[in-house]
Design a protein around this ligand. Sequence first.
Ligand SMILES: [Zn+2]
Length: 235
Amino acid sequence: MPPTARPRAMVANRLLAALPEKEYQRLLPELEQVKLSFAEVLYKPGTSILYVYFPNDSIVSLLAEVAECSTLEVGLVGNEGMAGISVFMGLNTSRYRALVQGAGTAMRMKASALRTESDRVGSLHRLLRRYAHSLLIQASQSAACNRFHMVDARLARWLLMTHDRLSSDEFRLTQEFISNMLGVRREGVTRAAGDLQRQKLISYSRGGIPVHDREGLEAVSCNCYKIIKAESVTT
Ligand SMILES: [Zn+2]
């Protein structure tokens, strides 16, 4: 087996797992497992995309930059998806900043290899076409959510979406990080997280947010969570 190849059982990414065996085997030499570190930047706006990433247990945030230091999350990519969808859409550069929000592994593929595979219009093409639609819904619903819904509900939605993509009940987060994701001032994040903690839905300590009550969190979240989840390709 080439050093980059991974037995199928070790690949947790659900897009890759959904491929027929024959197509998966054909792609295997193009896939390389890499470790992604917390806060690592995979793409910057306007720069060339050299690789696409299929997260296994890592999470990547897609951030729209609205000012020098202001960002807003418009997409969250975990093991249900792929970072670098612009390549599939025929573009070579990223419009978003792609930031690793949860450290872990991903299967990496050269952008050129993805283009070649897409041109075959096989199963990966069909899965990515459907996934591109789900990302579009995620971005548009996030925009509406950020405009109309209260910070508590938005934070609950975001924690649920993150929790869905992680294997752990606890994730490493800072107020500043959440503030950048939700486009909310840090004081707003502190107040909203305090509200969720008082309801015993989460704990909120320096750097970590264990989720204690998922059902309770879903009750606090706006309906945007369910709308986005319903569009997921592989769930
Ligand atoms: Zn909402």
